[in-house]
Design a protein around this ligand. Sequence first.
Ligand SMILES: CC(C)(COP(=O)(O)OP(=O)(O)OC[C@H]1O[C@@H](n2cnc3c(N)ncnc32)[C@H](O)[C@@H]1OP(=O)(O)O)[C@@H](O)C(=O)NCCC(=O)NCCS
Length: 207
Amino acid sequence: MDWPLFDLRLRCRDVRLRAVREDDLAHLAAVLPPDVGHDPRLEIFPRLSDDENERRLFYQGYWRALGTWSPSNWVLHMAVEFEGALVGVQTLEGEDFPRLRTVDSASWLVPDVRGRGVGVAMRIAVLGLAFDRLGAVAAISSATVGNAASLGVSRRIGYRDNGVGLVVETGGVAQLQHLRLPADAWRHGGEVTIDGFEPCRPWFGLD
Ligand SMILES: CC(C)(COP(=O)(O)OP(=O)(O)OC[C@H]1O[C@@H](n2cnc3c(N)ncnc32)[C@H](O)[C@@H]1OP(=O)(O)O)[C@@H](O)C(=O)NCCC(=O)NCCS
C-alpha cells in the first residue's frame, strides 16, 4: 500500500474509524450538518449558497490534507462508522508535530446519532493514536463557549480549561474556550484498538 494511512483502523467501544477516502466524499458532503463551521480565514465563493460553500470547503479540506501531508504538518480525516453507517468525521491535526508533540482535533456527526456517546468514543479513538502510538505530550481543543456538546466531549475525557480567546464567526465575534489534556492525564488508552499503524510510521516521522 503506497498510502498506508488508508489501511489505518481505530476502534473505541462500538465506534470504528478509518481514513476518509475519495469514494466517501459525496455521501459525507450530502449529510454534512449545517453547524459544522469552518475556518473563518477560508475564502467564500460569493456565487455559492452557504450550504454549497460548506460542501466545497469539505471537499477541499480533504484534498488539501492529502496533498500537503508531511511528517511535520499533517491533518488526518477519519470517517466515523456507527451502527453500520458513516455518520461523521473525526479529524486529528499535528502542526509542527515533531517539535511540539501536540495534537488538535475537530469533529462532526449527523444530528440523529448525537448525544449517545459517539462523540466521546471517536475523540478517544484518535487520542489513543496520538498518545499511545505517536508520542504526543498533549492534546488541545477549542470550542465556542455555547458549544456544550464539543466542550462536553473534552471535559468527559479529562481536558482542562486553558483560557478563553476571541474568534470571528459568521454572526460576529464569539468567545472561544481553549482546553488541554496533558499526556499524564490520559486515562483511556485501554479502550482503543489500533490496526494498520506500523506502515504509517514514516508518515509521522517515526523510526
Ligand atoms: C460535537 C459533537 C461531535 C459531539 O458528539 P456527541 O455524540 O453529540 O457527544 P456525546 O454524546 O459523546 O456527548 C459528550 C458530552 O457532552 C454532553 N452533551 C452532548 N450534547 C450536549 C448538549 N447539546 N448540551 C449539553 N451537553 C451535551 C454529553 O452529556 C456528554 O457529557 P457527559 O458524558 O458528561 O454526559 C456533535 O455534537 C456535533 O457534531 N456537533 C456539531 C459540530 C461541532 O460543533 N463540532 C465541534 C466543533 S469545535
